[in-house]
Ligand binder design. Structure first.
Ligand SMILES: Nc1ncnc2c1ncn2[C@@H]1O[C@H](COP(=O)(O)OP(=O)(O)OP(=O)(O)O)[C@@H](O)[C@H]1O
Length: 423
């Protein structure tokens, strides 16, 4: 009977299991070998050869152990931030093994942007995980129908993406740790290379179409090192700025907008504008130079202020000359938005403007602090009042060092005595 159902060509369960076990063991062995090879290649073999070996070995096991993430340039109509970040991040991972590079330069940017071209691969190692990045660019042809002329034409378009491959086992680590790291690094790299911009109204004529602010790179060479001012005050200001940018959680906790106000006052030509440039260069914040005399109403002002970006310094120079200062006591008499008023400015700065943005700095300058409306000087409005005055003995030393490269001289004591005497 038993022979009747015997199927000589069908392997027994035991032999299937043992074959499977042997296969699984060899798969494991090959997988381990692959990892070993990966580890070994990274130490012993030149980068270019590494890529070839690993990509051909990887190809054998792509289906079984490799995971591929596709990061497209656009997410619907909006740009995919991970794509952008990986472009920036990978520009720092270029090795001599890459055959083709793409070089570009944005208008007025100082640095060239170098990145890999389509089809090129970049290897990266993160906490022992080996990752391969590849830029992919596919051309597609779309049919465009012109209904008015009953005609059809074809248009070429490019779909760019980056493909990231790695061992499946590390999926969670790559998504939760590596990609956030890439985002963070790219942010820091952008920040390092950031060119500070000066935004000004230029030919503003009340028309907001196309944005009211024009911008150029701020090439002002002033820094805290070149600035001649009292060293203690300078240090206090630098500490204040550094503390301010680190206090996101503090402002959130106390429920106040993340903004800080500085009033710079002193005689003409004592370095107020230079100090603003030094602050911008120190923090890498853009400057918005607001010329109040070119505005007509509070509503113009509101629209201008809401179109300023975060991490910026809003500068209103010579506040005593650019607005009717005593208007607060008559504020009740003027009809709301029709006229530009100090109360309009202060209300908006304290209220909506500062709460719809982060890391905002506002700087007022004046040659005549005594002429300012007390409302402007109220604590909490201008957090620090900085007196820029005539040259002090320590300021003189900085200028002598900057202009003449003289760090010490026998005449210094005489000059210092004279400065102190006439101060
Ligand atoms: N404290 C300073 N340290 C270094 N340079 C200074 C200082 N003060 C003035 N200067 C030099 O003098 C020139 C005028 O300075 P700046 O425009 O910064 O002064 P200001 O106080 O803004 O003048 P104003 O009140 O007229 O706008 C600049 O070119 C700057 O190089």
């Amino acid at each position: 009977m038993s022979n009747m159902f015997a199927m000589p060509n069908v392997p027994s369960t035991t032999s299937v299991l043992s074959t499977y076990t042997a296969f699984a063991a060899s798969a494991m062995l090959v997988k381990t070998m692959l990892n070993e090879v990966q580890a070994m290649t990274s130490q012993l073999i030149p980068q270019k050869l590494q890529q070839k070996i690993l990509s051909s070995l990887g190809g054998l096991f792509r289906n079984s152990c490799q995971l591929t993430l596709i990061i497209e340039e656009y997410n619907g109509f909006s740009i995919n931030e991970i794509y952008q970040a990986s472009e920036v991040y990978l520009s720092t991972r270029i090795t001599p093994s890459i055959d083709q590079l793409k070089v570009s330069k944005a208008h007025r940017e100082k640095n060239l942007f170098v990145t890999i071209n389509k089809g090129q691969k970049i290897m990266d190692v993160f906490e022992g995980i080996h990752l391969v990045w590849e830029f992919v660019c596919k051309e597609t042809q779309n049919t465009v129908v012109d209904y008015e002329n009953y005609s059809e034409s074809t248009e070429k378009s490019e779909h760019r993406s980056v493909v990231l491959s790695f061992d499946k086992r590390y999926q969670e680590k790559v998504l939760k740790t590596y990609l956030p790291y890439v985002l963070e690094r790219s942010k820091a790299i952008k920040e390092e290379n950031k060119v500070v911009k000066l935004h000004s109204l230029g030919t503003f004529n009340g028309d907001f179409s196309g944005g009211p602010w024009g911008s150029i790179n701020l090439d002002h060479p002033s820094t805290f090192d070149t600035l001649a001012m009292d060293p203690i005050l300078k240090q206090e200001l630098m500490d204040d700025l550094d503390r301010f940018v680190k206090r996101r959680d503090f402002y959130k906790r106390i429920g106040k907008p993340w903004k800080r106000g500085y009033l710079l006052y002193g005689p003409p030509g004592t370095g107020k504008s230079s100090l603003i440039a030094a602050m911008a260069n120190h923090l890498k914040f853009d400057i918005y130079d607001l010329e109040l005399t070119s505005l007509r109403s509070n509503s113009d002002l509101r629209r201008l202020l809401t179109s300023t970006a975060n991490r910026s310094i809003l500068v209103i120079e010579d506040i005593d000359c650019s607005i009717e200062l005593q208007d607060r006591q008559y504020a009740g008499h003027n009809n709301g938005d029709s006229q530009l008023t100090l109360s309009g400015l202060l209300n908006f700065i304290d209220g909506l403007w500062s709460s719809c943005g982060d890391e905002r700095i506002i700087v007022f300058t004046t040659n005549h602090k005594d002429k300012l409306d007390p409302a402007l000087l109220r604590p909490g409005r201008m957090d620090m009042h900085i007196h820029m005055s005539y040259c002090t003995a320590s300021g003189f030393k900085i200028l002598a060092s900057n202009y003449l490269k003289i760090k010490s001289h026998c005449l210094f004591t005489v000059i210092e005595r004279l400065i102190r005497k006439w101060k």
